[in-house]
Design a protein around this ligand. Structure first.
Ligand code: ZN
Length: 475
């Protein structure tokens, strides 16, 4: 099992020590808006990867954070004339429902940043103690990039370049280095000092409409990067196996995570393997609200099923860019349908003395080889289609046992991808109408059998007559 490690720039083996569980952290969403299909691509790619690894015998603890305190959330609350907590709660609920609708089920634990404020404060204090953090009075605590020699080792950047990924809360002209980022933002940065005595590290107070937690660092709230390392340290300790996220998080977010955790613990490497998913574009363009091509997960699911979107994601390698367009969707839809028809056909095959040679082992081997080589899902799908094309040529010559073996094997491979509806259910009413039609047909009552066929068609189903009997499908 080999995976491309963004840190080394090479494919490396994933190793699981006997009796140990692999620890995986994937950056979750900032809950301030409706999640879009770019988010869906990333989380679905990791869902596919984790499902596959588990089906291959790996034990994995999959942890994902939810950023529920952030500048963007506070901003959105001001726009919507509500409080930050209402915004965060609402969009977290939407996010979790979206995942459910997409059949993304492999995450073991979602950890909200605000549930780990004491851990965050502790990590900032460690960084101060070790000389990696400094205070800008009236603003907050900052990480000093000059204290961490390896900054930029993941994205292959240097400190002098490190000023282009800085968000609004990291802006201050008193910083020691342009790329220094905020660990703890004081709540009273632009106003009078906060009230004394009330509030604690668990329950924030509202100061000028912004949440602030009391601590010896000063009243304030965490920076973005520190949330993730405080959460991962509390679950996994200072070092763990796998970290994933979208490619745009590589710099500065993931660099910042490395700088923080390696400085706080003195242990290297923070994470052994870094995995990044490619960009998602819409019709060849970057998705953005200003271009009017912003598609939420909810919008997409009104058009396509979760399985069709999964087929789209599977058809691109997870590290490659994915262009969401009509052709991609059409192909995904067509391929899923072909698989479904193939599986239903195998069911129709009756017992006989026939025997055809089918090299099922070859397909399984090609599938596993593709997936073991950095999760090459397009190649794995191609192996399945090669088998289907070969078998389709002689499908009515197979015997029942052979058909059963092929079906079992394909279902196993495809369900390791998380495809939910491999065999769409045909309602009983339709099945019995089809049976009646078949009896009429055998009885040569063609006018009546045709009428029944038309009725079935109106209800959204088709009948295809095959040498093994009628094949009923959803249109
Ligand atoms: Zn993150």
């Amino acid at each position: 099992m080999k995976v491309f490690n963004s840190l080394s720039g090479k494919k490396e083996p994933i190793r699981q020590a006997q009796g140990k569980t692999l620890k995986l952290f994937v950056c979750g969403p900032t809950v301030y808006d409706y999640p879009h299909i770019g988010n869906a691509r990333t989380f679905m790619a990791f869902d596919i990867i984790v499902r596959y690894l588990r089906s291959a015998g790996f034990k994995i603890f999959y942890l994902q954070n939810i950023t529920d305190i952030d500048d963007k959330i506070i901003q959105r609350a001001k726009e919507e004339k509500t409080d930050w907590k209402t915004v965060a709660k609402h969009y977290e609920k939407v996010f979790l429902q979206n995942l459910k609708d997409l059949n993304i089920t492999s995450v073991n634990k979602f950890a909200r940043a605000t549930d780990y404020i004491p851990e965050i404060i502790k990590q900032v204090k460690t960084l101060i103690k070790r000389g990696n953090a400094y205070e800008i009075p009236g603003d907050g605590w900052y990480f000093d990039l000059k204290t961490f020699a390896n900054y930029g080792k993941l994205a292959h950047r240097t400190v002098s370049q490190a000023n282009d990924g800085v968000s609004r809360i990291d802006t201050n002209n008193k910083k020691r280095n342009a790329g220094d980022f905020c660990l703890w933002k004081f709540s009273h940065a632009n106003s009078a000092p906060p009230p004394k005595g009330s509030g604690n590290a668990k329950a924030p107070m509202l100061i000028n409409g912004e949440p602030a937690w009391q601590s010896s660092l000063g009243w304030g709230r965490p920076g973005w990067h520190i949330e993730d390392t405080a959460i991962s340290e509390s679950f996994f300790g200072p070092q763990y196996d796998l970290h994933g996220g979208a490619i745009d998080l590589k710099f500065p977010h993931h660099e910042a995570e490395i700088a923080q955790q390696e400085s706080a613990s003195g242990k290297k490497p923070f994470v052994k393997l870094w995995m990044h998913t490619g960009f998602l574009e819409v019709n060849g363009q970057k998705m953005s609200k200003s271009l009017g091509n912003f598609i939420t997960i909810g919008d997409m699911l009104k058009k396509y099923s979760a399985d069709i979107f999964r087929m789209m994601v599977l058809s691109c390698h997870y590290r490659s860019p994915m262009d969401y367009n009509g052709v991609l969707a059409e192909n995904a839809q067509k391929n899923l349908k072909e698989i479904q028809i193939f599986l239903v056909k195998l069911d129709l095959i009756k017992n006989s003395k026939n025997k055809e040679s089918v090299n099922l082992k070859k397909t399984q081997k090609e599938f596993e080889e593709a997936m073991s080589d950095d999760f090459n899902t397009p190649k794995a799908i191609a192996a399945i289609f090669e088998l289907m094309n070969e078998v389709n040529k002689k499908i009515w010559l197979l015997n029942k046992k052979q058909a059963g073996d092929i079906k079992k094997s394909l279902k196993k491979l495809l369900s390791s991808f998380g495809i939910k509806e491999l065999e769409p259910k045909i309602p009983l009413k339709i099945a019995s109408m089809a049976k009646k039609r078949e009896l009429l047909r055998i009885d040569k009552q063609f006018a009546q059998s045709d009428a029944l066929r038309k009725e079935i068609d109106k209800l959204g189903f088709t009948i295809e007559d095959t040498p093994a009997g009628p094949l009923v499908l959803r249109k």
